[in-house]
Design a protein around this ligand. Structure first.
Ligand code: AMP
Length: 416
């Protein structure tokens, strides 16, 4: 009896072939855009102390309440697979005393994250995010620059996305607003979904995210957080909007925009794409001026975003550059393996992309394989003599000494 086959866990996937090439392109574009704007790459550990997320993401959030992969290690410590990137970046900022550097400190990452969610198209349990965080300045230009950079990245990757924007104000105005919202929700309790009803005390703002018809209609008449902003926060938001307009960035102010994480203050935003169906969020973020202090650091402003790589790939059309189609496929028969290996080495040292027959196929099979790979030339090596075949155009064939074949290919490519 054969052993049972194993599969990748539900909500996870392997990255294969062309997918890894396209992902490399996304990473290269993100690097060019973000490093060009002064963002420095950061890598944080996959595992962090559970407390980091409990404190940094917020105890009332879905992530902390039901989506974390938490384990106890051999030393009895509670560790969690990172469900998001902002809290770890803030932890690193504090741990490495980055507040002593010129501010803002700008950091970017591209890593995988883990959430125990209902897996479906566009929603996974291990997924990749590219993210950017700017720490140490509350200037509205930080908000605008950060949003414009994500907009530029999405545009470059062919993602057709709309930008929605709002402000959550300060924790004090949000507390005031929450009480009004809770009163409104209690008045409409009968039409709310059970889930929203159960969260009136804990997290009333999430009612804006609900897809439930009754809840949606009750929310249409709900008080708006934007109307409760303090003057300073309103001025900050107006400046962010003005700067975005200055950068010719299209946006819609959407007072119902609330983000699923507790740490946001002031600016929040989201890019959504109609090409994505139910999981329409491509990327989003906002300002989190209280988070670094919450994690034991000095009072420090922060602004950042994360965008899902899988959603970018679903909604966009990133150029699949980087697939190395061989300039030359080195084919061989009989006892010419060593001579062919020599041609392969010589071709690569001359800077050609080269592949060699590695599966001992028949000559016909080898030519078929070279065709599938899109090879420009095939060298059929037979010890001292080699037949060079052009796989395009007229299908030229020419016999030559094996030692001259790489030179011949270089000359032909140069003369093209
Ligand atoms: P968040 O960290 O929840 O603000 O999410 C930021 C972005 O990450 C979203 O807009 C999605 O593009 C992506 N994302 C979040 N959760 C998932 C998931 N479970 N699967 C795939 N992508 C996700």
């Amino acid at each position: 009896m054969s052993a049972p086959k194993l599969k990748a866990p539900r909500g996870t996937f392997d990255v294969l072939g062309e997918q890894s090439t396209v992902r490399a392109t996304v990473e290269a574009r993100a690097r060019a855009i973000l490093e060009g704007a002064g963002y420095e790459r950061i890598e944080t550990p996959t595992l962090e102390a559970t407390e980091l997320f409990a404190r940094g993401v917020g105890a009332s959030t879905d992530i902390v309440q039901k989506e974390m992969y938490t384990l106890t290690d051999g030393g009895g410590r509670s560790l969690t697979l990172r469900p998001e990137g902002t809290a770890p970046v803030c932890r690193a900022y504090v741990e490495h005393g980055m507040h002593k550097r010129p501010q803002p400190v700008k950091l970017w990452y591209l890593s995988s994250f883990f959430r125990y969610e209902r897996a479906q198209a566009g929603r996974y349990r291990q997924f990749w995010q590219v993210g950017a965080e700017a720490l140490g300045s509350e200037d509205p230009a930080v908000d605008a620059e950060s949003i414009v950079l994500l907009g530029a990245l999405l545009a470059e990757l062919g993602v057709n996305a709309r930008l929605r924007l709002s402000s959550l104000g300060s924790p004090a105005s949000r507390t005031r607003y929450r009480e009004h919202l809770q009163t409104h929700l209690r008045e409409h309790e009968a039409s709310l979904s059970e889930e929203v009803r159960g969260r009136i005390d804990l997290n009333p703002l999430r009612a804006f995210d609900s897809d439930h018809e009754g809840t949606k209609s009750a929310m249409r008449s709900a008080p708006r957080l934007l109307d409760y902003l303090e003057d300073e926060d309103r001025a900050h938001f107006e400046e962010v909007c003005a700067l975005l307009s200055e950068a010719e960035m299209l946006y819609a102010v959407d007072p119902s925009l609330v983000r699923g994480l507790d740490y946001y203050t002031r600016t929040v935003f989201e890019f959504t794409s109609e090409d994505l169906g139910a999981q329409s969020g491509v990327g989003g973020g906002g300002r989190y001026d209280g988070l670094v202090a919450e994690l034991g650091g000095p009072p420090t402003a922060g602004m950042g975003w994360a965008a899902g790589i899988e959603r970018i790939l679903l909604a966009g059309s990133p150029p699949a550059s980087g697939t190395a189609t061989p300039d030359i496929y080195v084919s061989w028969t009989g006892s010419a393996r060593r001579a062919a290996f020599g041609v392969l080495r010589e071709a690569r040292s001359a800077g050609l992309t080269a592949q060699m027959e590695l599966a001992n196929r028949s000559l016909k099979g080898q030519l078929g394989q070279a065709g599938k790979m899109g090879a420009r030339y095939v060298a059929i090596v037979d010890e001292a003599e080699t037949m060079l075949k052009d796989m395009q155009g007229g299908g030229m064939q020419e016999k030559m000494a094996t030692g001259t074949v790489v030179h011949a290919v270089l000359r032909r490519l140069r003369d093209l």
